[in-house]
Write a protein that binds this ligand. Structure first.
Ligand code: 13P
Length: 288
């Protein structure tokens, strides 16, 4: 199937009661690991790309070229979306022009009127090109690539206003944050999630900050309409851990163990394993 917008995969997930994982990519190794995991698990997948990560990879069109090449050369048959994560207004348009199949416009830091006006614009631009759009209400806490969110709890009425603009999926702050949760974290506001689900109907809802949420809370969120879950930090942790173990065991000093293809292999395998683990938790295995 290859590169598609996220619309159909999320509407099906919403209807059938599971969630599709968005796994953020940073380089070739991660992209390869996540695509291979999706293919082996027969799961749809969304590759998340922040503007910072795209810059690191030298630009949006590099990402598109790399992902398209891998879909072809690895014979990836499951649906794959390349999705801009927490995009700016200008970034979202540039991504669409570069060939992304899905974008998030994050207007959560604007007041609601400006968020509505800008989201509306992006929806119109994306729709005529068959691109799916994620919007956000109530910023997600923590920091991601320099984008700092205060960790608000969204107002369900504002969620409804944004949902009605024709977006494909909606991210709403419900006490979730990017990165590790503090020890005194109170958990997701599932009561607010329920209100948002009740008011937005069949709209697929997006849960950011997938790292470190207890499994049962993830399952509960899925039953309340969450159809897309974003995971980034957990993959970074396991990649770093396995790479450190390799170096600390002195393996880079044995034979050609310094070859980056060998050096990065344990971390890459760890990202593959983590992706399969999350897809299993989200219920998307064998849904492609
Ligand atoms: P984590 O880094 O907490 O997994 O969150 C990822 C995310 O929400 C990307 O938008």
């Amino acid at each position: 199937m290859g590169l598609v917008s996220a619309k159909e995969m999320l509407e099906t997930a919403r209807k059938e009661g599971y969630a599709v994982g968005q796994f953020n990519i940073n380089n070739l190794e991660w992209t390869k690991a996540i695509l291979q995991a999706a293919e082996d698990a027969k799961s749809p997948v969304i590759l998340g790309v922040s503007e910072g990560a795209a810059k690191y990879m030298t630009g949006f069109s590099t990402v598109v070229g790399m992902v398209k090449g891998m879909i072809e050369n690895l014979n990836i048959s499951v649906p794959v979306a390349i999705h801009l994560d927490h995009g700016t207004y200008e970034g979202a348009k540039k991504c669409i022009e570069a060939g992304f199949s899905s974008v998030m416009f994050d207007g959560s830091h604007y007041d609601i009127e400006e968020n509505i006006a800008k989201t509306k614009d992006i929806v119109a631009y994306a729709k005529e090109r068959g691109i799916s759009v994620e919007a956000e209400v109530g910023s997600i806490g923590g920091e991601e690539d320099g984008v700092v969110g205060a960790g608000e709890v969204a107002d369900p009425k504002e969620c409804k206003m944004i949902a009605d603009l024709g977006v494909t999926m909606l991210a709403a702050g419900i006490g979730n944050i990017h990165g590790a949760y503090p020890d005194n974290w109170q958990g997701l506001r599932l009561d607010v999630l329920k209100e948002i689900q009740d008011i937005t109907g069949k709209m697929p809802l997006v849960l950011h900050g997938g790292t470190g949420i207890p499994d049962q809370m993830v399952r509960d969120a899925i039953t309340l309409g969450v159809s897309k879950i974003n995971v980034n930090t957990e993959c970074q942790w396991v990649f770093a851990e396995k790479t450190r173990e390799y170096i600390e065991a002195g393996k880079d000093k044995v034979g050609k163990g310094f070859d980056p293809r060998k050096l990065l292999a344990p971390g890459t395998k760890a990202v593959y394993d983590k992706t399969i683990e999350k897809m299993t938790l989200f219920g998307s295995v064998n849904k492609a």
